[in-house]
Design a protein around this ligand. Structure first.
Ligand SMILES: Cc1cc2nc3c(=O)[nH]c(=O)nc-3n(C[C@H](O)[C@H](O)[C@H](O)COP(=O)(O)OP(=O)(O)OC[C@H]3O[C@@H](n4cnc5c(N)ncnc54)[C@H](O)[C@@H]3O)c2cc1C
Length: 389
């Protein structure tokens, strides 16, 4: 078994690592200062400027196919890139990406939605969650009824990432109550100027999601994404495809945090000795290092399965679950090693502490990942021993 990276993967990873160190990390103090003042820490303009800088070096659309101007990279390389980006808490992403399901758009929709999204001229959001349906997404109530050549959408969505800034939404609504999620849910491309409203939701994180209200919003029939009734399948594809990228980003965050903890342990002296001399501290560092390594291989293995075209759902759920749980344990230890300073807003540790908490909730909670993993075992879709038997 060969665990080594190709020369190209190593070059790409190193380029992103350098870019993050030289271009992103220097912004951290200012981003933190602005966030602490209740302002937006990292502005859209700053993000755009950095994205275009990366584009000049060819870093654009990591997973976007080359025919759409992207790099069309494999999932393993995408995971390596994401881990590097995760080293900074500045919410920077490389430009040129679009939601995977937008590639199901027809020719005309591609011109209006997909291509401008890739170019960064339009901003999308993905809306399935409702006040009464989160984990149980099959239970959504937002409905769409056909009137002539239009669909009329009514309902409420909640916790929609990017919903405050987006100018169009991929919204999921029930078009056939009898069939529900089994052929009765449809995905619509709805522009903001068609009439839906957004309201920011205050969270413990730094940038809030939105509640969206659809009050008889009229959407032309040509704005159905994919087929009428096939929306739930698209929603699951959106959620499932890039699940490995969430824990991938946590790898970078945890590496940076543990580096900080090592530094702190070596320099903080108590009772006449650096705390690094204490077994209690050493064990926290050791456990964190082992868990980061285990997470790395779970993520890369899940990504590798995506690249092989085999069913990667079990591996992705495992990586997401382990990443959420362990990243939270690690940031907690790192905060502990920093003592009172870890709890202050002078250091970014508490910021990561709050941000990483989300990883256990969105795109499938810990409990839902465990449910998926156990069900796959019980139903025989997956077996202990994994893909390699
Ligand atoms: C910051 C943020 C951003 C988000 N972005 C988006 C987005 O862009 N688009 C979107 O559509 N949604 C988004 N979400 C919604 C997110 O996916 C849901 O919050 C998540 O799926 C959980 O649903 P819920 O909040 O309704 O919790 P619930 O489903 O009500 O769950 C509550 C608790 O019960 C547990 N639970 C539920 N069912 C079971 C079960 N069968 N067995 C055991 N335990 C169970 C859960 O794990 C959880 O601990 C976002 C959420 C947040 C917080």
């Amino acid at each position: 078994m060969d665990f080594s990276l190709s020369d190209e993967q190593r070059e790409i990873r190193d380029w992103v690592r350098t870019f993050v160190r030289k271009e992103v990390m220097p912004l951290e103090a200012e981003v933190l200062r602005r966030e602490r003042a209740g302002q937006q820490g990292f502005t859209f303009e700053q993000s755009r400027e950095l994205q275009l800088k990366a584009k000049e070096a060819g870093f654009w659309g990591v997973l976007t196919p080359q025919e759409y101007g992207g790099m069309g990279l494999d999932a393993v390389t995408a995971a390596l890139i994401e881990a590097e980006l995760g080293r900074s808490f500045v919410p920077f992403y490389l430009g040129g990406k679009a939601d995977n399901i937008l590639f199901h758009a027809n020719e005309e929709q591609q011109q209006r939605y997909l291509l401008p999204t890739i170019a960064g001229d339009r901003k999308s959001c993905f809306a399935i969650t409702e006040p009464g349906a989160g984990s149980d997404a099959r239970n959504i109530r937002t409905s769409a009824r056909k009137e002539g050549s239009e669909w009329v959408i009514s309902g409420e969505k909640t916790f929609i990432t990017g919903g405050n800034e987006a100018d169009f939404v991929m919204v999921f609504a029930v078009t056939d109550k009898e069939k529900g999620a089994d052929g009765g849910v449809t995905c619509f491309l709805a522009d903001r100027d068609m009439g839906w409203k957004s309201e920011p939701i205050d969270t413990m994180g730094e940038w809030g999601p939105a509640a969206l209200v659809f009050d008889e919003v009229r959407v032309p029939e040509e704005n159905v994404l994919g087929e009428v009734g096939q929306g739930f399948r698209l929603a699951m594809q959106w959620i499932g495809q890039g699940r490995y990228l969430l824990p991938a980003r946590a790898i970078g965050a945890c590496e940076r945090l543990v580096d900080m903890a090592v530094e702190q342990a070596k320099t903080r002296v108590t009772f006449g000795q650096p705390i690094a001399e204490r077994q209690a501290i050493q064990w926290m560092l050791a456990d964190s290092a082992v868990e980061i390594e285990a997470l790395r291989w779970l993520v890369l293995h899940a990504a590798w399965q995506v690249d092989q075209g085999v069913d990667s759902r079990q591996a992705q759920s495992m990586a997401k679950l382990y990443g959420g749980v362990k990243a939270n344990e690690i940031v907690d230890r790192v905060l502990q090693i920093h003592g009172g300073m870890g709890y202050t807003r002078e250091l970014p540790v508490e910021r990561w502490y709050r941000e990483l908490r989300l990883l256990r909730i969105y795109e499938g909670t810990d409990e839902i990942q465990r449910r998926t993993i156990a069900r796959n075992l019980l139903k025989g879709h997956a077996k202990i021993g994994g893909y390699l038997g």
